[in-house]
Design a protein around this ligand. Structure first.
Ligand SMILES: Cc1cc2nc3c(=O)[nH]c(=O)nc-3n(C[C@H](O)[C@H](O)[C@H](O)COP(=O)(O)O)c2cc1C
Length: 472
């Protein structure tokens, strides 16, 4: 444990003294610890931790003075327990004032205090980032179980210097009015919270030699850690945090144009008895990137869309409107919309359309504009073929359908839905002997340009190429 860093309880840990007892209770949102007969030294130390904090030496003196050596030793065990519970914050002081504080964000937590060597060089991890939260600068990293609040310009100055390898001695000379002790404490704090590492002679840090970490991109690891449970304390799940503040958007996107093409509806009862078995379809499914000379027909496209994505029913619940469709969706919220960039389709003119899933119509958005052409061309390149897909299905998400209900996990749920929809499209296309291929890439800016959608309200999250098969 650090001798110099200031120790204090996290804000959500409160100290309660039940009346007419010698008890002391420490209470957090999910745990409480009761000290049945707290002696005066322990009481003072715990009150100090709850009220601004003190260094380990100071806390130890408080207990030793009033309760003796044995209880002072026991106090270390308590401190370790508080640390493991994620209750202890560690602050760096400069002239008695905290310039940075590390706050645990998980409950099963270790603060492996690591001393720095003044002549060794240290550099920030590429996963460490700084952003503004409630008017304060916050350092976070998907590798860390803590957040570090920068409380003063000195902390910010040190942080920015550490983008390159520096020793504590070099850092002192670069920042006016800062002491070596403060620099050492600051570097120790970031080292102990996995926000920086020691740099070797060639200026690289250990993280760069780790071949597992090397294959994580910053945004992927951050997204992973923040959208899964575990390495954060953010609310997660169906929290409905905008309920009563922002109106939820309806299940059905308003019609995008009055110029609509009625689509063919297949007879599902006949299909149930005539079509190949599920196992035959599942086993026959494959990606097909070449297309027949005779393009897909309007009837086939109608049948495909009906079987994949129609709205079977809209249901008004107490909180929001949900739906039933052929594929599953978290919360039955169905945020995904289908747009069709038609290159060639018998009886449907080339251009861009939105699929109206309740009316089972294609609403025309535009002709085959330059941007629509760019979307089709991107798809052609993705499938690595000379020929363009006859139909490019662009999947877009109305993000707020999910974000209104789900916290921490909305985008991750949406990506799961895209995968579900891909497989549904693959299987229906296989059953219909069409040529399906999921695509991994697409340009969301081109999509918003082509449709006029607000990028933050609805943009593309997946693409699927479809066409007729080459006749055997
Ligand atoms: C999410 C996803 C993205 C894909 N992206 C592409 C792509 O951009 N280009 C392509 O030609 N195939 C793409 N595919 C198809 C895969 O290459 C194909 O599924 C894989 O090679 C297995 O072959 P199979 O589908 O014939 O079983 C993608 C498939 C999925 C599920």
């Amino acid at each position: 444990m650090s001798q110099q860093l200031l120790l204090s309880f996290k804000k959500d840990v409160s100290l309660i003294e039940p009346e007419e007892t010698e008890q002391l209770v420490l209470q957090s949102s999910n745990r409480s610890l009761t000290f049945k007969q707290a002696r005066s030294g322990l009481k003072t130390a715990l009150k100090t931790l709850a009220d601004g904090g003190a260094t380990l030496v100071e806390l130890n003196q408080m207990v030793q003075q009033d309760d003796g050596n044995f209880l002072a030793l026991r106090f270390y065990v308590y401190l370790q327990k508080f640390s493991n519970l994620g209750w202890l914050c560690h602050s760096v002081l400069a002239e008695g004032k905290a310039i940075a504080i590390a706050v645990p964000i998980t409950s099963d937590y270790q603060f492996p205090y690591t001393e720095v060597a003044v002549n060794s060089k240290y550099m920030l991890s590429r996963f460490t980032y700084c952003h503004q939260v409630s008017g304060q600068l916050l350092l976070e990293s998907p590798l860390s179980q803590t957040q570090v609040l920068l409380l003063d310009w000195k902390g910010t100055a040190l942080f920015s210097q550490l983008a390159k390898p520096y020793s504590c001695h070099e850092l002192v000379t670069g920042i006016p009015g800062i002491s070596l002790e403060t620099v050492k404490q600051f570097v120790s704090l970031l080292l102990s919270t996995q926000m920086l590492s020691e740099a070797s002679e060639d200026g690289t840090i250990q993280e760069q030699a780790n071949t597992t970490l090397a294959q994580w991109e910053f945004h992927d690891l951050l997204f992973h850690t923040r959208s899964r449970l575990g390495r954060h304390a953010n609310p997660s799940g169906g929290t409905y945090r905008f309920s009563g503040k922002i109106e939820p958007i309806p299940a059905l996107k308003p019609r995008m144009s009055e110029e609509a093409i009625e689509l063919y509806k297949p007879d599902l009862e006949t299909l149930k008895t005539t079509e190949a078995s599920f196992t035959q379809i599942l086993e026959a499914r494959k990606s097909i990137r070449e297309y027949g000379e005779t393009p897909i027909t309007a009837q086939q496209l109608g049948e495909f869309l009906y079987r994949v994505a129609r709205v079977k029913q809209l249901i008004q619940t107490e909180r929001t409107e949900i739906a039933q469709r052929p594929y599953p969706s978290g919360g039955a919220l169905y945020e995904l919309e289908l747009y069709l960039a038609i290159n060639s389709c018998d009886r449907i003119p080339s251009g861009l359309y939105h699929y109206h899933p309740l009316a089972h119509q294609l609403c025309r958005i535009s002709d085959r504009t330059e941007t629509v052409e760019a979307l089709l061309d991107d798809a052609r390149q993705s499938i690595g073929q000379q020929s363009m897909p006859q139909v490019l299905i662009v999947i877009a998400a109305r993000f707020q359908r999910l974000a209104w209900k789900y916290e921490s996990m909305a985008y991750a749920v949406m990506l799961k839905h895209v995968g579900i929809l891909y497989q549904t499209m693959y299987l229906v296309a296989t059953a219909m002997e069409l040529a399906p291929c999921g695509l991994g890439h697409g340009n969301s800016d081109s999509f918003t340009k082509a449709t006029g959608c607000d990028y933050y309200a609805e943009t593309s999250v997946g693409e699927f190429a479809l066409g007729s098969q080459v006749k055997a």
